[in-house]
Design a protein around this ligand. Structure first.
Ligand SMILES: NC(=O)c1ccc[n+]([C@@H]2O[C@H](COP(=O)([O-])OP(=O)(O)OC[C@H]3O[C@@H](n4cnc5c(N)ncnc54)[C@H](OP(=O)(O)O)[C@@H]3O)[C@@H](O)[C@H]2O)c1
Length: 227
């Protein structure tokens, strides 16, 4: 049995809740958006990141040198980012980008690399990048996710990281996929990939793909259940 709730005519989105015939708790919640051609499209919220073999996305000093040694991201990134309509990241990730990407040469700051509207989660006042489509936000991810879905207009939502922020989307039943690039290094500690327990039902393996000599990308779907 399937029913719509929270459908917002103006924004054109809502949640589809699928329940069992015997009235047990909702087992699947998906966010759909009306596309321009009038067809409903599933908006996926995806945590796309690279990890060390032992499950860290940054080392204990918040360094990504272990990742950068491999150069450009694999071939999976261009088709992935082409389907992204909105981006979420935590403040440590934003500050890493400020220091290592935007202001690496303070004399010649680089532009913000994303065209998509980006939500930066923080409780602090952070430096603003001129002409970047960035909004700072805080608190529960669910209402912010609704704004992101409306802005994404039928495209996917990318949770860049960190792991706990992706976990906050998972906690609210809003995370659909983990797209994880495994690199051939171990770090022994650092920022965890995804500090949540998902054991039963387990993640559903969707694909495994080798990119170049170093990367293995695994895609998992998250089974949705009532929390
Ligand atoms: N390997 C990769 O591909 C990859 C990808 C992404 C990130 N990274 C790296 O991984 C590390 C992740 O750092 P991290 O674990 O500290 O995660 P993070 O998500 O980047 O930052 C965490 C911070 O974001 C703020 N925050 C999170 N949720 C919030 C909420 N609901 N409301 C308000 N503020 C919120 C809090 O800081 P404040 O309130 O104090 O601002 C929190 O301490 C970074 O070094 C990043 O560069 C690696």
């Amino acid at each position: 049995m399937s029913e719509w709730s929270n459908f917002n005519e103006t924004a054109g989105f809502g949640h589809e809740t699928i329940t069992c015939e015997n009235g047990c708790k909702p087992i699947l919640v998906r966010l759909c958006v009306n596309s321009e051609d009038g067809n409903d499209q599933i908006v996926k919220t995806q945590y796309y990141t690279a990890t060390s073999l032992d499950g860290y996305i940054a080392d204990e000093k918040n360094s990504l040198d272990w990742l950068m040694q491999f150069g450009e991201p694999g071939d999976s990134y261009p088709p992935f980012i082409a389907q992204v309509g909105a981006i979420a990241m935590g403040s440590t990730t934003y500050e890493w980008m400020l220091e290592h990407e935007i202001n690496r040469d303070p004399e010649m700051p680089k532009p913000w690399p994303y065209e998509q509207p980006t939500w930066v989660f923080t409780t602090r006042a952070l430096p603003v990048i001129p002409n970047a489509n960035i909004r700072f936000c805080k608190g529960k991810v669910a209402p912010i996710h609704q704004d992101m879905a409306a802005a994404a207009a039928g495209k996917n939502i990318w949770v860049v990281g960190g792991g706990d922020l992706a976990g906050q989307f998972y906690d609210e039943n809003l995370l659909d996929e983990l797209i994880i690039t495994i690199t051939p290094v171990t770090l022994g500690g650092g920022a965890p990939l995804f500090p949540r327990k998902i054991a039963a039902p387990p993640l559903k393996l969707v694909s495994v793909q080798q990119y170049g000599k170093h990367y293995v990308e695994v895609r998992y779907e998250i089974s949705k259940s009532a929390t």
